[in-house]
Design a protein around this ligand. Structure first.
Ligand code: NAP
Ligand code: GLV
Length: 306
């Protein structure tokens, strides 16, 4: 069995070493133009040339959860596209979103600013029951995030394509459920995949439907958000702030208005990192299962886009 690795912006040696240790029977190498046909590929943002030169791949393993960039390429039609399925990301995403929501709800950023300025100010606690959090996307990451927020006793709403029943979560679904979901939420957490249906979904119309004083946490993809619409709603006061981990252009360009916005908290696409050990164990297990002819989880439906 031959496995080829083609991962941009990634130190490849640890992946080669880890996969060789996990699959000692396989021949594993870094791809180069002209390399022989492999059976399986481990990829992150590969060039089109890689796919054109590897038309016989049985499966492509993406070293991330989101496959939006990969699905823009011309893929070998028979190749399965396999996303990372949690692999240690869900707990990180739950940590990140809970800290962002709690930091805002408890006004910890204002406390820090007050204390740095030598001001001892005790703020009035907000009403938790009036602080409903809406989670867009109730997949591998969104469901974990929604359940974690509910542990802190926030009212939690969830929105997905298909109807769901999750204990403690008020579930909405489909385009027909979107407006009611937004109207029931004060904080909006985006954990949708980026697809033609979800691109620009965080816009003036949807964000204005959040309850007054609304807050946005975008941890999915930058292209979900119409940036000028967020800035306008912050300016108007309808939204009180945002925590953003992902951006239309990454790294965030020098001079972008988000950099110094007083009500936007920024992080550099780091809310849920790919973890080497967990990811290699998951991919190696799936490659062995595929070799045995068994079904695996995390296979993407290219028509659906996730
Ligand atoms: P997932 O398991 O595929 O879940 C996607 C969820 O979105 C599902 O609940 C799905 O509904 C829902 N959905 C998709 N299209 C929809 C639509 N048109 N309308 C309503 N709901 C829709 O994905 P995941 O593993 O949770 O990851 C979500 C995204 O997080 C990834 O695609 C990636 O972009 C992002 N991500 C970001 C980071 C970071 O560090 N910032 C890290 C990892 C992932 P159904 O359940 O009905 O199918
Ligand atoms: C990171 O953004 C991922 O999709 O895993």
């Amino acid at each position: 069995m031959d496995i080829t690795l083609c991962c941009s912006h990634t130190a490849i040696e640890p992946w080669l070493d880890g996969l060789r240790a996990a699959l000692p029977q396989a021949r594993i190498s870094a791809w180069h133009s002209g390399a022989p046909q492999a059976d399986y590929a481990v990829v992150w943002a590969p060039p089109q040339q890689f796919l054109d030169e590897q038309p016989g791949l049985k499966a492509l393993f993406n070293i991330g959860a989101g496959v939006d960039a990969l699905l823009k390429l011309r893929l070998p039609p028979q190749a399965l596209v396999v996303r990372l399925d949690d692999a240690g990301m869900a707990v990180q995403m739950a940590e990140y979103v809970c800290q962002a929501v709690i930091r805002h709800f408890r006004a910890f950023d204002q406390c820090e600013a007050d204390m740095r300025a030598g001001r001892w100010v005790a703020r009035r606690p907000l009403e938790r029951s009036a602080f409903a959090v809406g989670v867009m996307g109730l997949g591998v990451l969104g469901e974990r995030v929604a359940r974690s927020l509910a542990q802190f006793e926030f009212p939690v709403n969830g929105w997905s394509r298909s109807p769901k029943a999750i204990d403690g979560i008020r579930a909405f679904s489909g385009p027909e459920g979107l407006h009611d979901f937004l109207a029931a939420s004060r904080v909006l957490v985006n954990l949708l995949p980026l697809t033609p249906e979800t691109e620009n979904i965080l816009n003036r119309d949807t964000l204005a439907r959040l309850q007054s004083g609304g807050y946005l946490v975008n941890v999915a993809r930058g292209a979900h958000l119409v940036e000028d619409d967020l800035l306008a709603l912050l300016e108007s006061g309808h939204l009180s702030g945002a925590t953003l981990d992902v951006f239309r252009t990454e790294p965030l360009p020098v001079g972008h208005p988000f950099w110094n916005h007083p009500r936007i908290t920024l992080t550099p696409h780091t809310s849920a990192r790919t973890l080497l050990g967990e990811s290699i164990a998951q991919m190696a297990g799936k490659i062995v299962a595929l070799k045995r002819g068994e079904a695996i989880a995390g296979v993407v439906d290219p028509a659906r886009g996730y």
